[in-house]
Ligand binder design. Structure first.
Ligand SMILES: [Zn+2]
Length: 151
């Protein structure tokens, strides 16, 4: 897994022990299946991260992972090249906006992915719900991404 990803797994997500262990189970399944990894791993990491904003979760991480969802779900970029984009963004932005977690009831969580027969389809549905939950920030994200990545 890319070095930037390792840095996001250090436990500062605003999560519970139980939820975190389900997450590690889900990404374990992805790491052991190359096709599945390529299809959905980026979405899994990004959706999980931004569904666990708040608390000690740094602004930079929340923003980077929202950008991952923006690139895949809004722009239709396939997941594998997203990590290098996010790395570029991480080195270019100096002031990260603070986004409070949205007050929404999430339609799905990592638990639904863990229980699903079709892992990839479940990740797509779950991550789309997470992205929709952050709807009030879509415009701000699109603007910052355009300012930093599209030049
Ligand atoms: Zn959780």
């Amino acid at each position: 897994m890319p070095a930037t990803e390792v840095a996001t797994y250090d436990g500062y997500f605003n999560t519970s022990q139980e939820c975190w262990s389900v997450f590690t189970e889900v990404i374990g399944a992805e790491f052991s299946n190359a096709a599945l990894f390529g299809k959905v791993h980026q979405l899994t990491v990004d959706a999980y991260a931004v569904q666990h904003a708040g608390g000690r979760h740094p602004d930079k991480s929340v923003f980077i992972h929202l950008t991952g969802l923006h690139l895949v779900l809004e722009r239709g970029i396939p997941p594998p090249p997203v990590a290098p984009y996010l790395q570029q963004l991480a080195t270019r932005v100096r002031d990260w906006p603070h986004f409070d977690p949205p007050s929404v009831v999430w339609p799905l969580t990592i638990f639904d992915v863990a229980m699903a027969d079709d892992h990839a389809a479940a990740v797509r549905e779950w991550s789309a719900g997470v992205w929709a939950g952050w709807g009030t920030r879509h415009e701000a994200i699109a603007q910052l991404v355009a300012a930093y990545l599209d030049r």
